[in-house]
Write a protein that binds this ligand. Structure first.
Ligand code: SF4
Length: 281
């Protein structure tokens, strides 16, 4: 059997230099740069060590260095209460100017005060994501995130990532699907956001027979009672399990209605948009 492999890296790009960028380009590493909008939005949440300089300037230097060295770059943003009002279509224009074709927009979770729901209703958040999605689409940029997974799955079983096209095989939350996180200590978790230890690297094979592993990966479609009857049941598997674990005292078989309302709303908006576009053809 031949295994395909590919390298991805997520970075805020602040330590990227020509030497590093050249190695990334040589090994065809796809780099996702964490950047939370233009300076007014990004710098509201991403502080430099001295808390006064603009981290945007540092990130942009890194982006330019990556691009100049021929590295394939996409953006990844966190939409939070801090940058909610500043994050808009102008950031998509900026991404386009850099040749970026995909922006992942993650809704902040874990800390209630940082959630976008602290400053906007689920419907307002859905409306904003929809506007960004349509604007991006019209400019050749896929604006996506966990909130996009239900509609992507509903419209197609084919996934086009940066490296390949393949049939959908994983769950909404990567931690319950195909992902393992190995810490420098050798401890293994499903994700950096979860605290349930699945085992350790020196006894790797035993991870898959441990109850902790089953508990994590079986938190899937139809196994979360609260999802029964939801209009996107079967296409959505809930939000980040690290968030749910923290919110419900380690019980990951739960949902967070704050995000469910966004997911349901954005799914229906994009679906009706796609149908309207199809009718126009
Ligand atoms: S109830 Fe929430 S987590 Fe479950 S399918 Fe619906 S939107 Fe997704």
């Amino acid at each position: 059997m031949v295994f395909a492999y590919a390298y991805d890296m997520t970075t805020n790009a602040s330590l990227i230099n020509n030497g590093i960028a050249a190695i990334l380009a040589k090994n065809n590493v796809h780099v996702s740069v964490s950047i939370d909008g233009l300076p007014s939005g990004n710098d509201a949440i991403r502080k430099t060590k001295n808390k006064t300089d603009s981290s945007f300037i540092e990130i942009e230097k890194g982006i330019n260095c990556l691009i100049d060295n021929g590295v394939n770059v996409d953006f990844s943003s966190v939409l939070s209460s801090k940058n909610y009002n500043q994050y808009d279509e102008s950031f998509i224009d900026y991404a386009k100017s850099k040749g970026v074709t995909s922006i992942v927009v993650i809704l902040s979770f874990m800390d209630d005060s940082l959630k976008p729901q602290a400053v906007a209703t689920p419907e307002e958040i859905s409306e904003k994501l929809f506007r960004l999605y349509v604007y991006g689409k019209n400019h050749g940029i896929l604006v996506n995130g966990y909130w996009y997974n239900p509609i992507a799955r509903l419209l197609s079983t084919e996934v086009n990532d940066k490296h390949n096209t393949y049939l959908e095989f994983h769950d909404t939350c990567t931690a319950t699907g195909f992902q393992l996180n190995v810490e420098p200590s050798g401890d293994i978790f499903a994700c950096r956001a979860t605290s349930l230890r699945l085992g350790e690297i020196n006894d790797f094979d035993s991870v898959f027979s441990r109850p902790e592993y089953s508990w994590t990966v079986m938190r899937t479609y139809n196994n979360v009672k609260a999802c029964a009857g939801c209009e996107i049941e079967g296409f959505c598997q809930g939000v980040c399990i690290g968030h749910v674990e923290q919110k419900y005292n380690n019980d990951i078989y739960n949902i967070d209605p704050d995000y469910c309302n966004v997911y349901r709303s954005i799914t229906s908006k994009i679906l009706f948009h796609a149908l309207a576009k199809q009718r126009e053809r």
